[in-house]
Design a protein around this ligand. Structure first.
Ligand SMILES: Nc1ncnc2c1ncn2[C@@H]1O[C@H](COP(=O)(O)OP(=O)(O)O)[C@@H](O)[C@H]1O
Ligand SMILES: [Mg+2]
Length: 278
């Protein structure tokens, strides 16, 4: 049987400074099959971004230290790879989209030149850069891509910037797209559009997605499986429908109770009682 695209086994990560040590990730295990979307859901500070960045060893070492575990990409442990091999994986096999456009888009370059740079790095065989850039911008739903590619990031709306970032990440044709809170900075309508877009792209491109969010409300239409993260650990995992409709862990139930529902008056968010959850 083929190994999964990505398998994280018992991963533990500690941030150590002279003053203190924080165990940000504690024995986390999960896997992502080819073409599958896994959502990792948990409140702020639960270790989601640290886990995401660890996948291609992007955390600053020190203060980060990989205390234990394995990150297997097609069966090869990323934590044992020499730097040259790692660089070949970043962006090319595992690409990222973050919450803030400013983390990926450089304000002083046009969208075209930024996607062209990705192509130069990861797909040197591409000769017609304009056509390729327009193709990816069109695929993420940017109208009139031949014109829009000449824009600088600030000329695009927040939702369009997010689409451009997704186009940039996808232009390398990665096997896994890691989307870390890709819609958190956007208003609710645009959030839904971006999630719809990711769902379409996943089907069209047969890629795997790791969708990271604090909001259970956005994953219903896209996630195949869900892993719920709490204080550095995965406390519940399963098929998305099952976890959403029949959550087992009290923390999962609390997160689901926090989902803002459309058409309802804003209710006070359920306060998650950490002490009772241990
Ligand atoms: N560079 C860092 N140095 C020290 N601690 C960090 C660093 N990055 C993250 N952490 C800690 O790791 C924990 C998990 O953070 P993070 O993965 O960013 O949470 P999430 O993405 O779920 O909101 C937090 O306690 C955070 O303070
Ligand atoms: Mg985060």
């Amino acid at each position: 049987m083929n190994p999964p695209l990505l398998e994280v086994r018992n991963l533990s990560i500690r941030f150590a400074t002279e003053e203190n040590a924080v165990d940000a990730v504690k024995g986390v295990s999960f896997q992502i099959e080819k073409g599958e979307t896994l959502a990792v859901v948990g409140e702020s500070g639960s270790g989601k971004s640290v886990t995401a960045l660890a996948l291609t060893r992007l955390l600053p070492e020190p203060p980060a230290r990989y205390v234990g575990g394995e990150i297997l990409l097609d069966g090869h442990d990323i934590l044992q790879m020499p730097p040259r091999e790692l660089r070949a994986i970043r962006g090319k096999r595992i690409a990222y989209v973050f919450q803030e456009p400013s983390t990926s888009l450089n304000p002083v370059f046009t969208i075209r030149s930024q996607i062209a740079e990705m192509l130069r790095l990861h797909r040197p065989e591409v000769t017609d850069i304009d056509a390729e850039v327009a193709k990816w911008l069109g695929l993420v739903g940017i109208v009139d891509p031949a014109q829009r590619m000449r824009d600088y990031p600030h000329q695009l709306s927040g939702g369009m910037q997010q689409r451009a970032m997704i186009a940039m990440a996808l232009s390398a044709q990665p096997d896994l797209l890691v989307a870390d809170e890709p819609t958190t900075a956007l208003d609710v309508t645009i959030q839904a559009q971006i999630i719809d877009l990711l769902r379409e792209l996943k089907t069209q491109l047969h890629m795997s997605i790791l969708l990271i969010t604090h909001n259970f409300g956005i994953i219903g239409g896209i996630a195949d499986r869900v892993a719920v993260m709490f204080r550095g650990k995965i406390v519940e995992t399963g098929p998305a429908k099952e976890v959403l409709h029949n959550p087992r862990h009290p923390y999962t139930r609390a997160l689901i109770a926090c989902i803002p529902r459309l058409g309802q008056r804003r209710r006070r968010l359920t306060v998650i009682d950490h002490e009772s959850l241990g």
